[in-house]
Design a protein around this ligand. Structure first.
Ligand code: NCD
Length: 363
């Protein structure tokens, strides 16, 4: 069964196809208004969300389908101790497609392995968020007319910001991309993003702590919120939360056609004084998110109908249960019966990467 858990589950041609569908929906919304008649989307949101959940729900309603679901773990059987696998099996009997958000990294992956219907990851902990990336890509495409030859700056919480991880991963497939990573030292991108994406695809990237020094070279500035809910220590959050605040004076040296993106919700990292600047695209991103989710739901239901399988990795270099994942946010930390599976990155130096959360494990 075809699911989208990570942005790498979609080929470049498929992403192009989704953009094409989204552009067609803009031109011709009536042609899509009954495409999912009789179909049900289940939105399983174990973590707070306004935009993403309502975006998925609106997308399905605009396609003529219907929606069931819940918007917090406390209103689901998870509060009684039900496993993600069981929830996925049960919901497969009610719905045709699932959108799942979960605070534990790897939970939507577990759901996809147990559901008999497509599962879309709507954000798992600090790990990834592929449908926000689809919204970001459509926004960049509509603003700049291309997805290659761009310098993209990511600013803020690059450690816990799952939208950052997924967008960097998506940009790896386009040519002429330069990445500028702007963050405090404590909030740099995780190792797996560096090793498995930036280094693996030979991406051109720089790391800096200064937004002022780098803003003039950017075509896209991707601002992010410091992710309070992922910090173990609130004092650390308080120390870092105001690291970057984009104000009109900082835009003086920026390109006239630079686009400013933000997945929202915004706290204070972009001054409201910038909202009327023609470079501000964060509210356009919301609309683009709805369009890309419509395109993705359509595609996955179509693939399910036609028996199209997802991309299967040829990489069989895995070990099970010899290694332990130490990430407290990994789904294996709460669901003890799940097999611990690791990709062998470097056997000699004992580097093993958890298949659920992509953090390194130890023997
Ligand atoms: C983002 C998320 O949930 O990761 N929001 C979203 O999907 N629109 C970013 C965030 O919460 O900061």
């Amino acid at each position: 069964m075809r699911s989208v858990i990570d942005i790498v589950d979609l080929t470049t041609e498929e992403i192009d196809g989704l953009i094409k569908t989204a552009l067609d929906i803009i031109k011709n919304p009536e042609a899509y208004s009954e495409k999912c008649k009789g179909k049900i989307l289940a939105t399983l949101f174990f973590e707070p969300s306004t935009r993403t959940r309502l975006s998925f729900e609106t997308a399905m309603l605009r396609l003529g389908g219907q929606v069931i679901g819940f918007s917090s773990a406390s209103s689901s059987s998870a509060s009684k101790g039900e496993s993600v696998a069981d929830t996925a099996k049960v919901i497969s009997c009610y719905a045709d497609i699932i959108a799942m958000r979960h605070p534990k990294e790897g939970a939507p992956y577990v759901a996809s392995k147990n559901a008999s219907i497509p599962v879309i990851n709507a954000g798992d902990g600090g790990h990834c968020h592929p449908t926000q990336t689809l919204a970001d890509l459509l926004t960049i495409y509509r603003e700049h007319g291309r997805l290659n030859n761009l310098t993209v700056g990511f600013c803020g919480d690059l450690k816990y910001g799952r939208t950052v991880h997924s967008l960097i991963n998506a940009l790896a497939r386009y040519t002429g991309i330069k990445i500028v990573l702007i963050s405090p030292n404590e909030l740099k991108v995780p190792t797996y993003v560096k090793e498995e994406v930036l280094d693996k695809f030979n991406m051109q990237y720089t790391e800096t702590t200064s937004l002022e020094d780098s803003i003039s070279e950017l075509d896209v500035l991707y601002m992010t919120r410091v992710q309070q809910e992922r910090f173990a220590d609130i004092n650390e959050y308080n120390r870092l939360k105001d690291s970057y605040i984009l104000t009109p004076d900082k835009l003086v040296t920026a390109k006239e056609d630079m686009s400013i993106l933000h997945p929202l919700p915004r706290v204070n990292e972009i001054s409201v004084k910038i909202d009327d600047d023609k470079r501000a695209c964060y509210f356009k991103q919301v609309d683009n998110g709805k369009l890309m989710r419509m395109a993705l739901i359509l595609k996955l239901l179509d693939d399910a109908k036609n028996g199209v399988e997802g991309i299967v990795s040829n990489d069989n270099n895995y070990v099970t249960d010899e290694v332990k994942c130490l990430n407290p946010s990994c789904i294996t930390a709460t669901e003890q019966e799940l097999p611990h599976v690791f990709k062998v990155v470097d056997k000699e130096n004992k580097i093993y990467r958890c298949i659920y959360c992509e953090k390194d494990g130890i023997i």
